[in-house]
Design a protein around this ligand. Structure first.
Ligand code: SAJ
Length: 416
């Protein structure tokens, strides 16, 4: 069987290599010519554990090839981004481009699967585009029948290769025959359960999962603000409360980053603004958290003459190199713009500062060195690499620990 995967990003590329290792012949399609060229040489443009070797094996075995344009295949998987536009409205332009690119190649019997996180109703819209452009194909006539489904990915960056195989998957077809065909396809390479439903419910399920996490992180972030006001250690509080058999509070942080959790809940707010009140408020709480951290640091900085601030971590979460939509980057950028302090930034997963942080008074350095020369230590990401920072180094410094990472006595320990 031949599979064409459109979009070779965080989801498409791992999926393409997994399919190849399961014996499918895979064509990966991407609009980025550098990514295509690199993949064909066995090189990967994404940092994800075990992805390089999987792609290398797939390419060198001859079962994975990349190209800027689609070809004929049995199954088409669309894994392109779905960002939002101004006013938090979902932008389906990449999905539409991908669908329009495969439309000329589709034959009766083919299966089209959308994996991109999408607003409810997107699979039905794709069916509309297909019917519009290809009157020779049909979702009902057995002679010219094609199949279409939604199957969201649910993998966690950092564990993608394992979770792609082990996670349960939800499959929702545009009709029952599509659901069944798609479920059989995923059963051929996924070990988790394949759960069958409709396209609309599957779309909503993906949005619900990320909104659930966002709301729960907002709860933790709100607790951190309340505790800050009342002089209570939020980390101890949560640890204690979580001893209750039915309480499981998540961890506060500097805000919510990444390209999923901070985006997907907006698709629900956009679709049902009157109803999605809690989900909307959670988004606002999480989006405001970085500014609270900035205020906290500035309060301390004002007490010092020419403060040096060590900013530990830039990525959107621990032990990855992904800086996209990272609250830590936003915080450091804001501090840099306010000025009046020298910032020593430590991010062990990058070699140079991103464009938006290139200021004369912002320097990328090694963690211990950054801490050594600083008056204020701002912990933004709980990277494993920061465990080697000794508690002695933090003594006599102001510590703003947004992740509850350091639990030591220092001159002032501030958790936010
Ligand atoms: N965060 C906290 N406190 C926590 C947990 C997370 O502040 O207790 C922050 C992180 O620091 C980060 C953000 O939330 O900035 C998101 O991180 P994450 O690890 O929760 O999630 P992602 O964005 O890496 O991946 C999520 C996952 N969704 C769920 O767990 C419901 C993943 O399974 C999805 O596949 C992915 O979104 C996606 O692609 O939608």
């Amino acid at each position: 069987k031949k599979v064409c995967v459109v979009g070779l990003g965080y989801i498409g590329l791992p999926t393409a290599s997994l399919l190849a290792s399961n014996g499918f012949s895979v064509l990966g399609v991407d609009v980025n010519p550098l990514a295509v060229e690199g993949i064909n040489q066995g090189r990967v443009h994404i940092a994800e554990p075990e992805l390089d070797s999987a792609v290398q094996n797939a390419v060198f075995s001859g079962r994975l090839k990349a190209s800027p344009t689609p070809e004929e295949a049995d199954v088409y998987i669309l894994a392109v981004p779905t960002p939002f536009r101004e006013h938090h409205q979902p932008d389906l332009k990449y999905v539409e481009q991908a669908v329009r690119a495969i439309i000329p190649w589709i034959k009766p019997g083919n299966l089209v699967i959308l994996e991109s996180t999408s607003p409810v109703g997107t699979t039905e819209r794709i069916a509309g585009w297909l019917e519009e452009e290809r009157s020779d194909l049909s979702f009902s006539d057995p002679q010219n029948r094609i199949y279409l489904s939604y199957c969201p990915e649910r993998v966690l960056p950092g564990q993608i290769m394992r979770e792609l195989v082990e996670n349960d998957r939800i499959v929702g077809g545009i009709d029952e025959a599509s659901t069944r065909l798609t479920a059989d396809f995923y059963r051929s390479f996924v070990q988790g359960n394949i759960l069958e439903t409709t396209a609309r419910t599957a779309e909503m399920a993906k949005l619900t999962e990320n909104a659930f996490r966002d709301v729960n992180i907002a709860f933790a972030n709100e607790l951190s603000l309340i505790c800050d006001k009342l002089g209570i250690d939020v980390w101890e509080l949560i640890r204690l409360a979580n001893h209750h058999p039915r309480v499981q509070i998540l961890q506060p942080g500097p805000g919510v980053g990444g390209h999923c959790i901070a985006v997907d809940p907006w698709f629900l707010v956009d679709a049902a603004p009157e109803q999605a009140k809690l989900i909307h408020t959670a988004r606002i709480i999480n989006d405001q958290k970085p500014w609270h951290v900035v205020e906290k640091v500035m309060e301390l900085a004002k007490r010092l003459r020419s403060p040096v601030i060590a900013c530990l971590g830039l990525s959107f979460k621990a032990d990855i190199d992904d800086l996209r939509e990272s609250p830590s980057v936003a915080i450091v950028e804001h501090l840099a713009k306010i000025g009046g302090a020298v910032l020593h930034v430590a991010e062990p997963h990058i070699c140079e500062l991103p464009e938006r942080l290139r200021y004369e008074h912002v320097l990328l350095t090694e963690a211990e060195e950054a801490v050594n020369g600083a008056d204020i230590v701002l912990l933004l990401v709980n990277h494993e690499a920061f465990r080697s920072i000794s508690p002695e180094l933090l003594q006599e410094k102001f510590v703003v620990d947004t992740r509850g990472f350091f639990r030591v006595a220092s001159r002032v320990e501030v958790g936010v």
